[in-house]
Design a protein around this ligand. Sequence first.
Ligand code: E4P
Length: 216
Amino acid sequence: MKFFVDTADTAEIADLAETGLLDGVTTNPSLIAKAGRDFIEVTKEICGLTSGPVSAEVVALDHAGMMREAEVLRKIADNVCIKVPLTVDGLKTCKKLTSDGTMVNVTLCFSANQALLAAKAGATFISPFVGRHDDNGFDGMALINDIRLIYDNYAFSTEILVASIRHPIHVLESARIGADVATMPPAVIRSLFKHVLTDKGIEGFLADWAKTGQSI
Ligand code: E4P
């Protein structure tokens, strides 16, 4: 499973890229606002920190406007992936961009039928939002299960990019189901490394090692 980080904080991205475990980055207009930086400038910097796909989202709602914005965004770097909302105009834009060879991430997916449409439109990635789904009383992981089943039934190559991840269990369940990608806030990626017994084990080994009086 690929790991993307869901942030526009370049210091966090640079730090996580050093682990060698980072496969890409996702941003959205809220994350760009949080970073408080120029959209084009920060996206260019992010594209230099990873060779993987970097999702940059359009804000126009009509097909012509989305195409105009995508033209600007795809000139930033070869690894830019244009993010479009799951609407009729978004999927029209997806079809056009992917037939030109541009990567497209279809975002704000909340149903398996929407994911089916995105795959038919040739999306590179579909982003079902599991956290927001759960927040509203739906079952986010059941949605991932359904999309996996449907994509496998028809051998769609669209990758399932699990988004709106809130905690490590979302990551574990995504991996069990066979989702292709999980995009996570930096804190969730960091939490995957942690286990109380790992910390306790290191503490015990170091205490015993100190008793030997040796050094390496
Ligand atoms: C990523 O592509 C999505 O925009 C993001 O995961 C949404 O997460 P949120 O529901 O925590 O805002």
